[in-house]
Design a protein around this ligand. Structure first.
Ligand code: NAP
Length: 286
């Protein structure tokens, strides 16, 4: 009787912790709407268990998966291939499994570019961007901003070495973009920036301070916080209060998922249904 039943494909995200992830919500809505027999699951994998998990991928019959903190870099040695961008960024968030071979991609950067150009109508070419934070997300952003011909990218991180090495790596790759590290936030010329970005976890907690004194920002700039829960960090609130256009990172989350879905299923998923599902879930979780 069950022989007629379609085999269910398994997708998912591995991370630790991963329970807070919204990815399952948007992907499962897309599978359902397209009539695809598949399920997206959350796989909580501690760093010490990554090796064991990767050995069990075949047994778990996983068709493709996302990778989140803290595995985006550690996963690379397990893969059979990497896209040029993932190699240059040094981080992977999407894995495609075809004929038992695992290939790693980075859709965080392209997801951000989709959001900022399509939804926010921001033109990157020739623009000056300031980013606070030089971790994995900032690496992807800097790579894709430079690739899309931003004029300058200024970087600041509490960890100066991280900031200097990110700037050096990307400046070698994109000499046409002025990629400069700053060891003191007060010296970063944010007033000249068309786009100011928070790529740190500062703002996750209600009591967190603003990552920058908003009074220093160009009033005609765009402020972008990668965080999306809370939907309005103190940075975004203060920017809007001063009349500065501001966006959270929900669109980036959405489009990195859309692009991952396209890698796996080779079809365009229902973007607006995924966006609505994310918005609803985040609003409920307030
Ligand atoms: P990460 O690798 O931990 O990098 C964050 C960096 O910010 C670290 O180098 C950290 O330095 C630095 N930092 C922390 N507080 C700072 C401050 N006050 N000033 C300057 N630098 C500071 O994290 P990530 O993976 O890049 O992610 C960054 C944030 O973006 C996270 O909150 C993540 O949830 C979010 N994110 C959102 C999306 C999306 O789709 N919207 C996608 C990816 C990431 P220390 O290590 O020294 O603390």
């Amino acid at each position: 009787m069950n022989s007629m039943r379609k085999h269910k494909e398994i997708y998912g995200v591995i991370g630790y912790p991963v329970a807070h992830s919204y990815s399952a919500i948007m992907h499962n809505v897309a599978f359902k709407e397209l009539g695809i027999t598949a399920e997206y699951r959350l796989f909580s994998v501690e760093p010490k268990n990554l090796d064991n998990f990767m050995k069990r991928i075949g047994y778990l019959e996983i068709s493709g998966f996302n990778v989140t903190i803290p595995h985006k870099e550690a996963i690379i040695p397990f893969l059979n291939g990497l896209s040029d961008a993932a190699r240059a960024i040094g981080a992977v968030n999407t894995i495609v499994i075809e004929r038992n071979k695992m290939s790693g991609f980075n859709t965080d950067g392209p997801g951000f570019i989709e959001h900022i150009t399509k939804d926010l109508n921001f033109t990157i070419k020739g623009k000056t961007v300031s980013i606070v934070g030089a971790g994995g997300a900032a690496r992807a952003l800097t790579y894709y901003l430079a690739k899309n011909e931003a004029g300058a990218v200024y970087l600041y991180d509490l960890d100066r070495d991280k900031c200097v090495s990110l700037a050096a790596d990307m400046a070698r790759k994109y000499p046409g973009c002025d990629i400069l590290p700053f060891s003191d936030l007060r010296e970063m010329p944010v007033e000249k920036s068309h786009l100011f970005m928070n790529a740190t976890p500062v703002g996750l907690n209600k009591d967190d301070p603003e990552v920058i004194d908003v009074g220093r920002l160009n009033p005609r700039s765009l402020v972008y916080d990668l965080l999306y829960n809370p939907q309005e960090t103190r940075l975004l609130y203060s920017a809007r209060k001063r009349g500065i256009r501001a966006s959270n990172g929900l669109g980036m989350l959405l489009y990195q998922g859309v692009l991952a879905f396209e890698f796996w299923k080779k079809v365009k998923p229902p973007v607006e249904s995924m966006r609505n599902a994310l918005k609803e879930a985040i609003a409920k979780n307030k």
